[in-house]
Design a protein around this ligand. Sequence first.
Ligand code: E4P
Length: 297
Amino acid sequence: MMKERPKTKILVDGGDPAETEKIKSLLGFVDGQTTNPSLIAKNPEIQQRIAAGQKLSTEEQHEEYKKIVRQISPLIGDAGVSIEVFADLGTGSDAMLAEGREMFSWVPNAYIKYPCTHEGLRAAQVSVQEGMRVNITLCFSQEQAAAVYAATVGSKAPVYVSPFIGRLDDRGENGMDLIQNIQRMYKAGDGHVHVLAASIRSTDQLLACLALGVDLMTVPAKVLEAWSATGLSIPDKRFTYKGVDSKGSPLRPIPYKHLDLSKPWESFDLKHDLTTKGIERFVADFERTLQQPKHIA
Ligand code: E4P
């Protein structure tokens, strides 16, 4: 149990309510939860059905996702449960928005996750105008985070942006620099976008997020358990992050860019190959559980 709550809100990154309950007993609280299509595909009940040879129809998959989200929703605090729309590279903003609206009605504390693409941001822009809470996922650059800010100005609820640390680290770029650069850039803003550090795979990344005082971090249960085994310590600001890439080599710094948050969101460069790969990976993981996948054999 944590004696003192950190400034950073702690979310469980997963798709299994039993895991969320376990972490809640370990820490004494869970502020929120993030889910994604890959994590939902790994849910034990869905895995059991797949192992028994029962692949799901699209409707069944949708109902399973809703059921899981409804089990998680009452277990968590005010950071809400993030639910991701099923977008492939060809999905337009209208289709994402229609799905987002439906998912938003599942639970009273939903955050709708849209990918950090032109279509995703267009859907997010309309969503916040309609009073929905959103989480923009698969963010890998400061430009993308600037666009998230500009597209959602005026949102009544905090908007989340999810920069992915681990996937940048994997390929040798210091994901923690991206977090710091976004925090620095947002200091010039009105505070409506909150940084939700995602893709955390190690206790070092978790500790670095706490030391930076990020608004929120989403962490897999196994990393939270590893942190708990070391006493749930909270480092001070002097903590230095010594991340390495997937081959164990030191990470390259990501330089800060001066960007003007008052520019139209469409003027920022939204392209990032990891965003594209991320969408492809979510679609592939999701479709592996389906009877009639559209994209993979
Ligand atoms: C959460 O919102 C993200 O989908 C998640 O943290 C991604 O983590 P991964 O890069 O380990 O898949």
